[in-house]
Design a protein around this ligand. Structure first.
Ligand code: UD1
Ligand code: CA
Length: 534
């Protein structure tokens, strides 16, 4: 990014006072997130719409936490409770206490009014009140931390009262335009909103990004002077620039090198644009960290996911939520993992859907596996080919390789789950547990009517419906004894053939004697053939 010419005059270079974690002393952050976002045409508050799986507002909150620590207030309004919950969930420390203060703006009277609501949080006018405020829109997910630090640095070195972030766009429509003075310095004189701009102002391509550093002493006194006589009848935060200039204060500006970083999400199109950019950045981050992607553009990784070194992601893999993947894993095509923990050296074949489950080192899953919440696949266990699991712990080295449903089950080590095994865990009212000991062998097509326990080392014969507990090392067999009737099938075929002949004869005899015209015949496929006249 570059400083605007207007601010280059300064020679003072004083580093901003940062602590170990890079938190800047005396700084407070205000995130504005109360608006509905009419242009989204949505029932959901704009700041809750996700980008790379993370609500828009959390991008600004995350930046705020990194630069200012716990001195951060988020102004909420539309769907305040939901926004509050999303922020608390994402930022809650080990004690569940979010280091973020939520302030409610009951009526959305504009961005200036929004910031004013945060005044009680910071003990303004008292000792220890913040010396500077970093104010962020809640809808700018592409903003980078280093840009904010540069903005803060320029604010210090320029001894400015207000410092704004700007971008020069080809299409500036919708944004507030930065009006500069005609003087040689071309200092910022005010910001004019798109809807209030005249033709000349609309032609300006330098826009306000919605990121400001403002001196503590100035901010709240200026906010009280705002006047809502504008096209939207709102208290515009941007008016403070004009007020600062009028009072002879210094206003500095930092121009983004990459204007895309300033993207404000007002519409679904802009949301989609932001999604593309963030997804691309996330992929590059993991590629740089040693993850292989066969076709990066088709891989979807949420902002909150972690992937280990030397893991290979095939096309169309989707990694969502809090998923953590270890090293040396292979995830084949079209697999989707949400909130899963995957160990090292795990292989997940094509078309698996897994949620809220743990897969331990060296395990093998897929193809076509559905792991619903609460599954643990222990070390070197195998789950494959159309197996569905839910709240089930599959022990170390155990195998469930074909066509099974395993729900509410505790399965020991080295167990073989035969093809077609079903845990009958639900009686229409209650869910019940199935417990299977170490080394059990379940033959194919076993049904386990829960609650039921199969002791270690037991064998269940194929086709058994297990209704009673099975002792350790026992054989359980529960099926109708087989009877072989010699020649029965051949006799049946012969009888059948005779019966068919008789039926045909009866039909022929009942045909009327005068009936000579050929009737349409049934073809092989059972369709009626039209008589052709050739
Ligand atoms: C705002 C700026 C504009 C800038 C643009 C950059 C103002 C007046 N205009 O316009 O100069 O170019 O951002 O993206 O500030 N909000 C509240 N309470 C309110 C109104 C808004 O909390 O009463 C929040 C919104 O939830 C949003 C942010 O403030 O996160 C910005 O509001 P929005 O309506 O998107 O402002 P823009 O029209 O984009
Ligand atoms: Ca906006």
């Amino acid at each position: 990014m570059s400083r605007s010419r207007a601010t280059d005059v300064s020679t003072v270079k004083k580093p901003v006072n940062s602590d170990q974690q890079g938190k800047i002393a005396g700084l407070a952050v205000v995130v504005m997130a109360a608006g509905l976002g009419k242009r989204m045409c949505s029932k959901q508050a704009k700041v809750l719409h996700p980008v790379a799986g993370q609500a828009l507002v959390l991008y600004s909150v995350g930046l705020g936490l990194r630069v200012a620590g716990d001195r951060i207030a988020v102004v909420v309004g539309h769907q305040a409770d939901l926004v509050r919950q999303v922020i608390a969930h994402a930022t809650g420390g080990p004690n569940g206490g979010a280091p973020v203060t939520i302030v409610e703006q009951r009526e959305q009277l504009g961005t200036g009014h929004a910031v004013l609501q945060s005044r009680p949080v910071f003990g303004v006018g008292k000792r220890g009140a913040p010396s500077r405020y970093l104010i962020l829109n809640g809808d700018t997910p592409l903003l980078q931390e280093k840009t904010l630090r540069e903005l803060l640095r320029v604010h210090e070195t320029e001894r400015a009262t207000v410092t704004i972030l700007t971008a020069v766009l080809t299409d500036a429509s919708g944004y507030g335009r930065v009006v500069r003075a005609n003087s040689a310095e071309r200092g910022v004189s005010r910001i004019v909103e798109d809807r209030d701009a005249d033709a000349e102002e609309q032609a300006i391509r330098e826009v306000n990004v919605g990121t400001y550093v403002v001196d503590g002493e100035f901010l709240f006194s200026a906010l009280e002077k705002l006047d809502p006589s504008n096209a939207q009848g709102e208290y515009y935060l941007t008016e403070i620039i004009h007020l600062a200039v009028a009072q002879g204060h210094r206003v500095a500006a930092v121009v983004l090198d990459n204007p895309d970083e300033g993207l404000g999400v007002n519409t679904r199109r802009q949301l989609a644009d932001a999604e593309q950019v963030v997804r691309h950045q996330i992929r590059e981050r993991w590629l740089d960290a040693g993850v292989t992607m066969i076709d990066p553009a088709s891989v979807w990784i949420d902002a909150t996911v972690t992937v280990g070194k030397d893991t290979v992601l095939y096309p169309n893999v989707t990694l969502e939520g809090t998923t953590v993947i270890g090293e040396d894993c292979v995830l084949r095509s079209s697999t989707r993992l949400k909130d899963c923990t995957i160990g090292n050296g795990v292989e997940i074949l094509d078309h698996c859907v897994c949620a809220d489950s743990h897969i331990e080192d060296g395990a093998h899953v897929g193809p076509f596996v559905h792991l619903r919440p609460g599954v643990v696949v222990r070390k070197k266990a195998k789950v494959g080919n159309f197996v569905e699991m839910k709240k089930t712990d599959l022990g170390e080295g155990s195998k469930a390789n074909h066509l099974s449903y395993l729900g509410d089950a505790q399965i020991g080590k080295g167990v073989n789950i035969g093809a077609g095994t079903i845990t009958c865990n639900y009686d229409g009212v209650r869910k019940s547990q199935t417990v299977i000991g170490d080394g059990v062998f379940l033959g194919s097509d076993t049904q386990l009517i829960a609650p039921v326990t199969v002791g270690a080392g037991a064998i269940i014969a194929a086709g058994t419906t297990v209704t009673e507990d099975v002792p350790a090392d026992a054989l359980a067999i529960g099926r109708v004894p087989q009877v072989n009737r010699q020649g029965w099938a051949a006799r049946r075929r012969a009888l059948q053939a005779g019966a068919n002949r008789e039926t045909l004869n009866v039909k022929r005899e009942t045909k009327p004697a005068h009936h000579t015209e050929k009737q349409p015949q049934a073809s092989k496929g059972g369709q009626v053939k039209k008589h052709s006249r050739g």
